[in-house]
Ligand binder design. Structure first.
Ligand code: ZN
Length: 133
């Protein structure tokens, strides 16, 4: 469990944490608040991500994801459910490009398995090569 410092980029901070500790498989959860954040969605027809940058008092209601391996390095996949001042929810795929106001994260390292991301022709995404269809 770790506290993410004020002003840190959540994605980059957690990525650096996993790289430094050689965590290559695990689950991630975080709560807290951003002063700014970049989230988006994957357009399935266009096969590209659309990003939106939000600023303000943004609650991290729930940020969930995982760490696996892509191009030989730990790679994080995170989604964030966010709340605004009116308690409305929005969110999506979390990108680098955030600034943490305060956040607490938990990384549960998993042993005994391996997940490696490889290009997937059907979706255009880098998905786990684990023999599943
Ligand atoms: Zn995603």
């Amino acid at each position: 469990m770790l506290r993410v410092p004020y002003g840190a980029d959540l994605y980059e901070h957690l990525s650096a944490f996993c790289r430094a500790r050689r965590i290559r498989l695990g689950t991630i959860a975080a709560i807290g608040a951003f002063t700014e954040v970049t989230v988006g969605y994957y357009d399935q027809k266009e096969r590209r991500y659309y990003k939106k940058r939000l600023r303000g008092d943004i609650e991290i209601v729930s940020c969930l994801g995982n760490v696996s391996v892509k191009d030989g390095q730990p790679f994080l996949h995170l989604h964030a459910a966010l709340g605004d001042k009116r308690l409305r929810m929005l969110g999506g795929h979390l990108f680098p490009g955030s600034s943490v106001f305060a956040a607490e994260a938990r990384i549960d390292e998993l042993a005994g398995g391996r997940r490696v991301r490889v290009p997937d022709a059907r979706t255009g995404l880098a998905l786990w090569d684990c023999g599943a269809t």
